[in-house]
Design a protein around this ligand. Structure first.
Ligand SMILES: Nc1ncnc2c1ncn2[C@@H]1O[C@H](COP(=O)(O)OP(=O)(O)OP(=O)(O)O)[C@@H](O)[C@H]1O
Length: 512
């Protein structure tokens, strides 16, 4: 497929607000695409680079290059060139990058240059595009859109489903069934501001402790056990405790969902940093496991004995879980009949906090498991409220922080797929964090002006704050009070950051 075709459709999709028109435009594009184009076309449309980072800064991009008169570049040629670009390193790499970018832009028409510029600087990001692309695929291939959605949910990747559908037709969806050994994206939660609000919304529900560890999905097939993170990385080798616990359960084939966490000798949870450090260590796992042992604590089951349980109501899945996993290895919970029983829910939250956990997750008893979604039926309640925001820029520090990128400009997602800055912070960072962020942000830099370095909006950071206040200086009309960094969330994509809309919904006091 020619880049010019993709660039035109991308522009048309951005220009129309009608969802049906967007779907029709994408369906048209998919009908023309070859299966090999798909892994490039879909991320480009959403404004993502399949290569992740390629280390091209604003300086290189902003050098004017005379455009080509006629479109000839294919998306696969562009992708190959960007892959080469991403691999350039060592002495002379700046000049080599500039040469390759010059080559790319010189072969592009003016429209294509504009598209590439947006793509490389992160400006054409379109957050909601993947959902529209699912509908477009269904329309282009004649597959029912609910089936495409379920396949994407289970595959955890729109690209792979699209590639299979476009080369083999609707029958290819069969390949994306829930299978032991093949991880699926986990179900996620929304926030509620209180247990009362959550119980009011959900009615009969289970109130579960929220453990601040690392999410794991454990697959066992006979003697084979695999452990995956929420981003589907395979971390089996790092967690011998989890594999041996899974082998001792009275089932041969299952998929369990839970959290691994490290407890101290008194049974209180150790800090997230300790658990994360342990789970992150790949060398000398045995020594790390002696120093910081972790335990799996399960809260859901997706499959058992070859039966797919995703569509069972949570109460049914939990009954299966209780048959498979002994109580000490399951999260503690209280079942609550509805708002009339709020006292029991509040008591459980208070007890959970006293035991050192960060809050609770309130779960509707009737809801199926929605893999890869923030289901409306899981609501987390944490007394210390935090936000996941995207770093838009950073300022060079001074004094002790000279040479470090320090003050972060923080953005929340906006309805149009962009980000609105909510404020800045340089608080809460450890020295390690400062060094790490300086390096990462320099790689993401697109423009440097004075002491402010603007970056591709890719890094997600968890921020604690004491509230919102109105402000005319910021585009959303509000700013954060006493924002401070808690940790970077490398497991989250910017599309998963908090939005201005949800923030304002949680703070009625600042609404005009
Ligand atoms: N009982 C539980 N049920 C579901 N998730 C739990 C539970 N205990 C801990 N968790 C963790 O909480 C996360 C759910 O919160 P969410 O989906 O919003 O992700 P998150 O943004 O990482 O949450 P947070 O930043 O609040 O930890 C899960 O991914 C899981 O790792």
């Amino acid at each position: 497929m020619l880049l010019s075709r993709l660039a035109r459709v991308s522009q048309e999709v951005a220009a129309t607000s009608a969802r049906s028109r967007k779907i029709a435009l994408l369906a048209g594009l998919f009908r023309e695409a070859e299966a090999d184009d798909v892994p490039i076309v879909i991320p480009y449309l959403a404004g993502r680079l399949p290569q992740g980072r390629i280390g091209v800064g604003w300086k290189v991009l902003s050098r004017p290059v005379a455009p080509a008169a006629e479109a000839s570049l294919t998306v696969r040629q562009v992708d190959a060139l960007l892959t080469t670009l991403g691999k350039v390193s060592g002495p002379g790499s700046q000049a080599e990058r500039a040469r390759l970018v010059g080559e790319l832009l010189g072969a592009s028409t003016e429209d294509e240059q504009r598209f590439l510029f947006g793509l490389l600087t992160g400006e054409v990001r379109q957050g909601a595009l993947d959902a529209v692309a699912v509908e477009g695929l269904a329309e282009a291939t004649g597959a029912p859109s609910a089936d495409v959605r379920r396949a994407v949910m289970l595959a955890g990747s729109l690209q792979s489903v699209a590639g299979a559908l476009l080369s083999d037709g609707p029958g290819a969806l069969e390949r994306f069934r829930l299978t032991v050994g093949r991880p699926v994206l986990p179900m996620l939660a929304h926030s509620a501001s209180s247990v009362a609000e959550a119980v009011e919304k959900l009615g009969a529900c289970a109130v579960e402790e929220k453990l601040d560890g690392i999410r794991v999905q454990v697959h066992r097939d006979g003697d084979t056990v695999r452990v995956h993170t929420r981003t589907l990385d395979d971390i089996t080798g790092r967690l011998p405790e989890v594999t041996s616990a899974a082998r001792e359960l009275p089932g041969e084939r299952f998929i369990l969902d839970g959290e691994v966490i490290s407890f101290d000798d008194d049974g209180r949870p150790r800090s997230f940093q300790e658990t994360a450090g342990r789970v992150g260590s790949r060398v000398d796992v045995a020594a790390a496991a002696r120093e910081v042992p972790v335990s799996p604590v399960f809260f859901d089951v997706l499959s058992v004995g070859g039966r797919d349980l995703l569509d069972l109501p949570f109460s049914g899945r939990h009954a299966e879980l209780a048959r498979l996993v002994p109580e000490p290895m399951r999260v503690r919970r209280a079942v609550v009949s509805g708002p009339g029983d709020l006292g029991a829910a509040e008591e459980f939250l208070a007890e959970t906090l006293k035991r050192g956990h960060e809050g609770v997750v309130v779960k509707g008893l009737d809801a199926p498991y929605s893999a890869g979604r923030r289901g409306a039926s899981w609501l987390k309640v944490k007394p210390v409220h935090t936000l996941d925001l995207v770093v838009l820029a950073a300022e060079w520090g001074h004094g002790r922080r000279t040479g470090k990128l320090s003050n972060l400009h923080l953005g929340a997602r906006t309805a149009d797929g962009g980000f609105a800055m909510l404020g800045k912070t340089f608080k809460g960072m450890t020295d390690t964090m400062l060094a790490w962020q300086t390096e990462r942000l320099r790689e993401l830099a697109v423009e440097e002006s004075g002491y402010v370095v603007t970056v591709r909006p890719e890094l997600v950071v968890e921020i604690a704050y004491d509230g919102l206040q109105r402000s005319t200086r910021y585009p959303a009309g509000v700013t954060l009070r006493f924002a401070r960094v808690i940790r970077y969330r490398e497991d989250k994509r910017p599309e998963e950051a908090d939005s201005v809309e949800s923030l304002l919904a949680a703070h009625p006091e600042v609404r005009p």
